[in-house]
Design a binder for this molecule. Structure first.
Ligand code: SAH
Ligand code: SF4
Ligand code: F3S
Length: 462
């Protein structure tokens, strides 16, 4: 008699009955942070749990990037594949978030008719409402506005996943470099209040997080309102000092800073704050003053190099990486030679380098591009070979040194090995039990591999 009721109870209790979310995240660390928040919001509102298998998912989300044309095109080919998945069960919901969604808005749902939800980086907290909306109207639900930093007020408390965590401290970018789509897709710069950021960091520290990476597209433009009605604002340098005082937080990174706003206070933090990692990512984009001006970067090669010299003084042994665009319209052999020279002068030991990709709606997209593609590709290959050599040399220079390593996870290869990162942000693998995960240990660097280091743990005491 009771059987049907019991069966129903069982069905509800069975974990397989909770709705499943399949989520792919492309793009920068801000997108990674946002993707984790999407999963959190949907877990809280509708009990979604994540699956790695799209065949068992009820909701499929794609968090997208439009920084270069290839990244954008990838979105439409992925959605093409998802058609079949939807045809197999039309109740399935497909959503697109991130920068492509922000840029395209309504047009995205028109171009790819499998799409039910279109939301931007600033409206991901509205996913539950958008989901309900599309279910009741059977039409695509679109919201790609930039409501002033509302999203952070609607996100569940942060959940730590391991000893290192991202914390987004500001949204958007107001720099409008002539080649870049980001100010259009993520809106103007808005900083989170200082207390909000500190509370999030403290929550994470309570859950075992030891390393915080403060995120923003132009993170050193951070100006967080300080407590009370003092009318005072906290900059990134001061924020780093505050975060360093949170019990449990032992290492701090920030991404990505802009050279024009790389302040004296931030440089001084490298001398004053030992918890600030010995790793700086400071995108230069080009070593040619002519190209820097055309890019509207707001600094000269000389100003950039002077800042690098000062920060190296503040923190000897600092690892510095950069971003470089090769083949900006009208780039000459001399401009390119200036970039190669700046790499040597700055002493970069790593770089993300890209072929210039015109983005619709940006000022640079209207410039006449007279550099043949083969030439751009040759320049990029040459530059990447130089950078690889510099990275190899830097890693080799670490061999024989002892580094404080935050152990993050079991090593991908090698049973009984764990993997962590040095203060210079280098991955290092060494023999050790998984119980070390989440701890800082002293490791002697014994070998430099192409993309990582090997080491031996120095055991102190009995
Ligand atoms: N906010 C960061 C970078 C954000 S985008 C900064 O200001 O440095 C990440 C990198 O993508 C940029 O540093 C740049 O090197 C590259 N990029 C951005 N737009 C590009 C374009 N149109 N073509 C090629 N590379 C681009
Ligand atoms: Fe783009 Fe420039 Fe803003 Fe960086 S600072 S996100 S390159 S506009
Ligand atoms: Fe891409 Fe948007 Fe980040 S364009 S790099 S996902 S800000």
């Amino acid at each position: 008699m009771n059987a049907p009721q019991d069966a129903a109870d069982l069905a509800v209790a069975a974990p397989s009955q909770s709705p499943k979310l399949f989520l792919i995240s492309w793009g920068c660390q801000m997108n990674e942070y946002d993707s984790a928040k999407m999963a959190d919001v949907l877990a809280q509102s509708h009990g979604y749990s994540r699956t790695q298998n799209p065949d068992e998912a009820d909701l499929l989300l794609l968090n997208t990037c439009s920084v270069r044309e290839k990244a954008q095109e990838k979105v439409f080919s992925e959605l093409g594949r998802w058609k079949e998945w939807k045809a197999a069960d039309p109740r399935r919901v497909i959503g697109v978030g991130g920068c492509v969604a922000s840029q395209e808005g309504e047009a995205l749902a028109k171009r790819a008719d499998v799409v039910d939800l279109v939301f931007g980086p600033q409206t991901l907290h509205r996913l539950p409402q958008l989901l309900e909306q599309t279910r009741s109207t059977h039409r695509p639900a679109v919201d790609v506005r930039f409501p002033e930093i509302e999203k952070f007020d609607h996100l569940p408390a942060p959940r730590a996943e391991g000893p290192t965590a991202f914390v987004s401290i500001m949204e958007g970018c107001s720099k409008f470099c002539s080649f870049c789509i980001v100010p259009y897709t993520r809106g103007p710069e808005v900083s989170r209040p200082l207390d909000d950021v500190l509370v999030e960091c403290a929550h994470l520290a309570e859950q075992g997080v030891r390393e915080i990476n403060l995120l923003g597209q132009n993170v050193n433009a951070y100006r967080g309102r300080m407590g009370g009605d003092t009318g005072e604002f906290c900059d990134l340098a001061l924020l780093i000092h505050y975060v360093a005082r949170i019990p449990g937080i032992e290492r701090i990174h920030y991404t990505t800073s802009h050279p024009a706003e790389f302040s004296e206070a931030l440089i001084a933090a490298y001398a004053e704050e030992p918890k600030l990692a010995s790793y700086l990512h400071l995108p230069v984009q080009s070593g040619s003053n002519r190209i820097l001006a055309a890019m509207k970067r707001g600094y000269s090669r000389e100003q950039y190099l002077a800042k690098i010299a000062r920060v190296r003084q503040a923190r000897p042994g600092l690892s510095i990486s950069t971003d470089i665009i090769v083949g900006f319209p009208s780039e000459t052999e001399q401009d390119f030679a200036d970039t190669l020279d700046a790499i040597e002068q700055a002493g970069f030991d790593g770089a993300y380098s890209f072929l210039y990709s015109p983005r619709p709606g940006t000022p640079a997209a209207n410039l006449k591009d007279n550099v043949p593609v083969e030439l751009k590709e040759r320049r990029l290959a040459l530059l990447q070979a130089r950078i690889k050599q510099r990275n190899d040399d830097f890693q080799l220079g670490l061999v024989g040194s002892t580094q404080s390593v935050l152990v993050e996870k079991p090593a991908r290869k090698g049973v009984g090995q764990v993997s962590g990162r040095t203060p210079q942000n280098r991955t290092i693998n060494f023999d050790g039990p998984e119980s070390l995960i989440g701890q800082f240990v002293e490791v002697l660097v014994t070998e430099a591999m192409p993309n990582s280091l090997r080491g031996r743990r120095l055991v102190t005491g009995p």
